[in-house]
Design a protein around this ligand. Sequence first.
Ligand code: ZN
Length: 142
Amino acid sequence: MVRISKELAKNIEDHGRQCYPEECCGIMIGRRVGELRIVGGTFELDNSQEENRKRRFFVTPKEYMRAEKVAAENGMELLGFYHSHPDHPAIPSEYDREHALPWFTYIVLAVAKGEPKVMTAWELSESRDRFLEKHLSVEQSL
Ligand SMILES: [Zn+2]
């Protein structure tokens, strides 16, 4: 299960709305407790450049390092990534699977006509051949 506060879910929705009709993407930091993933913070990755818009949630080594640093500073770890699907369902694409890494959690937000809709959470199967959907629990506060 993936737990996220309403506030952080709203950050992702706002980012998705702001980037529409482009995809937004960002990083999630938080904690792992057994199978549980608790999102403790999100931050946006810049997609203002053409190059970045095309790469979607592909993250540069520099951004990884920054994410790891921010996570460590907050006593958390790098949990994974979120991105939006403008006018597409909140289901990871084949592209997403090919670029995903095991261990990380992926949140996908559907944005239809500029409005945030369904948000889902996924992790790669061990064999990396498919995404497994995780229950995403949006909570008042964490
Ligand atoms: Zn995608």
